[in-house]
Design a protein. Structure first.
Length: 186
């Protein structure tokens, strides 16, 4: 989808996960979702939502991916401990289980409450994950990175975890107590 407006952005809202703001002149895709909503700002603060079902015009993933790098350029795989994976699952749970504005990474306090740990413990685990990932070339996870906007790296870390497949709803269901999103959906 391309935004041909000269001054108004619009939002692509997938069934789960964060909204994608499409600025004027920019473009995005709804993938991997074939159903989604387009949200436009109307007059007086009202919004207009259009629900799109693109299943008839989209192809299912082929599952056959070609290698994009020579083996010599690939880093050794990063090891994520079970405790780190649990914290990542709790961080990403609201992002994967909710839609729209509620689809945001959990705070340290929320993760601590979910896992029965203190927020400082969660902060330390997240810091260790960020430092390790940064050493593996994942951008925007440390203050030294030019892409880092501020000192809250939860969004960058959660986006990496979801996009890389390290965390998904299956793992959240299997690993977290209660095994479901905060809104009760499985």
């Amino acid at each position: 989808m391309r935004n041909n407006s000269s001054h108004k952005p619009f939002v692509v809202r997938p069934p789960t996960g964060e909204d994608r703001v499409v600025e004027p002149g920019a473009a995005t895709t709804s993938l991997p979702f074939a159903t989604f909503a387009l949200v436009f700002a109307g007059r007086g603060g009202a919004t207009v939502t259009i629900h799109v079902d693109a299943r008839p015009i989209t192809c299912p993933p082929s599952g056959t991916e070609t290698a994009t790098r020579a083996p010599q350029t690939v880093n050794a795989p990063m090891t994520i401990t079970p405790a780190q994976r649990l914290v990542l699952c709790a961080l990403c749970e609201p992002l994967l289980a909710n839609a729209g504005p509620r689809a945001a990474p959990a705070t340290y306090a929320e993760i601590g409450s979910r896992l029965g740990r203190r927020p400082q413990y969660i902060r330390n685990v997240v810091k260790a994950i960020r430092e390790s990932l940064s050493g593996h070339g994942v951008p925007a996870l440390t203050a030294d990175d030019d892409n880092a906007v501020h000192d809250d790296f939860r969004w960058a870390l959660a986006r990496w975890a979801v996009r890389s497949g390290v965390v998904d709803l299956v793992q959240i269901t299997a690993l977290l107590p209660g095994g479901e999103g905060r809104d009760g959906r499985r």
